[in-house]
Design a protein around this ligand. Sequence first.
Ligand code: ATP
Ligand code: BTN
Length: 260
Amino acid sequence: MTLGRPIMRLAEADSTNQVAAELADQGAPEGSTVLAEVQTAGSGRLGRRWASPRGGLWLTVILRPPAERLDAWPTLTMVGGVAVAETVADLLAGEVGEGLEGSLDVRIKWPNDVLLNRRKVAGLLGQARLGGPGVEPAVLLGVGLNLNVDRASLPPEIRDTATSLSAATGHRFDADAALESLTERLDRWYGTWLREGFGPARGRCLALSATVGRSVQAIGPKTAITGEALDILGDGALLIRSADGRETTVRAADVSLRSG
Ligand code: ATP
Ligand code: BTN
């Protein structure tokens, strides 16, 4: 396994993506990982805040995809989403066992959320670094997984939409085992992406999707579309068919799931 090593463990960071960006720009090798117990300025897409109290798994892995695959880097966030969703399902199965497992539903909400029983349990933040003289480009894959995060330690405004493995089950989860399982899955899915492209992970995304087949509203930088989410395309975009039959692909949007 190459991802997850070497690992920099920090008691506190502003954002592990920020620390990883500095390491990547200094030439840190692929697989280098930054893990923080607490983040003081954890971030999501579009500069939104990511609450990162103690108990979560907050980490960033540095990837260095070959130059000819760089255009496809946005799909790496989804590759990461598959790895995280599978890790969550594994941890739940291992800790809670068969009995409860059936009542714990793990899904991927396009593009970068992992849901547990419809609440957000993890998010991914992919960022590209261009590189420079003597430094290859890099992709920073940030993962925020609410492992043993108490609901009370999350900001009140997200307590109803967020959950953690511990909050959903009443069990505590071993952080090192979770890290091991996550980096192993990431390593495998990244290897598949390098060899075969996005296709296999796309298939898993579709199978685990909370979005495809649902009625959604997508609010993008320029437009808002309401319709049925039909597919995730080969470049990671979401295909939506609106009521008038028009099909639109969205790449950067906030998607909310509508009932019905
Ligand atoms: P959403 O669809 O949930 O709005 P998104 O994938 O579009 O999320 P971002 O745009 O990256 O997410 O923004 C992060 C959002 O995640 C924040 O606006 C907040 O609602 C939510 N959030 C922040 N911290 C946590 C956390 N620890 N667990 C779950 N959700 C969180
Ligand atoms: C999302 O909003 O869904 C993405 C959240 C990504 C959070 C992780 S936590 C580790 C890494 N460092 C950050 O500042 N963000 C990512």
